[in-house]
Design a protein around this ligand. Structure first.
Ligand code: SAM
Length: 215
């Protein structure tokens, strides 16, 4: 892509375009066309927003390659800037939709897929858009290693319970489950908060969590 000058957009007060320009220029940020197909990686976060949680994963697992994925480049650039400033080298930021992943990530390469506060799409007619709907679960099963896991966090009980049903229908095995993560004995690794999670926890809301595996 051509180099853009972010300051052109600041002057015109186009904040969103300014952030897109930053995303465009960071070497660790990728659009679909810039990403070589079927790349091998270890951990992805889907709907990563600012990607700060992915950054925590990259720090926690320095030998693993992490990819923060979202459709909004203006959000992802926040995490990308921090990764560059802190010289964290095992993370990339990819601006695509979840349904595009099958062509972008090497099959059976993933140890983990994190679904963090995915949009719950409360209306039943929109349930196919939920990132735990069967269409997406089929994709995740193809991308995960045989011993790979899906880690799912949400504040929505309706979405959580519906997702548990989908996991069962897709013959995924629930390994860990809680309706109140921050009041549970589950490992500290699961309790690292995303931006949305911190907001919900500060409002006194319970966070639901499940770890699900293929076998
Ligand atoms: C509620 S936010 C959660 C952000 C972050 N995970 C957190 O917990 O702070 C949901 C994010 O999912 C992204 N998103 C929604 N549908 C998506 C899709 N099909 N593919 C990729 N990202 C998606 C949105 O752009 C948004 O940034």
């Amino acid at each position: 892509m051509n180099e853009l000058n972010p300051n052109d957009f600041v002057i015109t007060r186009k904040r969103k375009k300014y952030k897109f320009a930053l995303f465009n220029n960071y070497p660790i940020c990728f659009e679909e066309a810039e990403w070589s197909k079927r790349q091998k990686c270890n951990i992805i976060e889907l709907g990563a927003g600012t990607g700060l949680f992915s950054l925590s994963l990259a720090k926690l697992y320095p030998k693993k390659s992490v990819v923060a994925i979202d459709i909004k480049g203006d959000r992802l650039q926040t995490g990308a800037k921090l990764a560059i400033d802190n010289n964290i080298q095992n993370i990339k930021f990819l601006r695509v939709r979840a349904d595009q992943l099958i062509d972008l990530i090497k099959l059976k390469s993933l140890d983990g897929i994190w679904l963090t506060f995915s949009d719950p799409y409360p209306k039943k007619r929109s349930s196919g858009r939920r990132l735990t709907s069967p269409h997406y679960l089929e994709i995740y099963k193809k991308l995960l290693k045989n011993n790979g896991n899906i880690f799912f966090k949400t504040d929505s009980k309706v979405f959580f319970e519906w997702s548990l049903e989908q996991f069962a229908k897709e013959k995924l095995v629930i390994r860990d489950i809680t309706f109140n993560l921050h009041n549970s004995d589950l490992p500290a690794e699961y309790k690292t908060m995303t931006a949305y999670e911190r907001k919900f926890v500060n409002q006194g809301m319970a966070i639901m969590f499940a770890k699900v595996s293929k076998k």
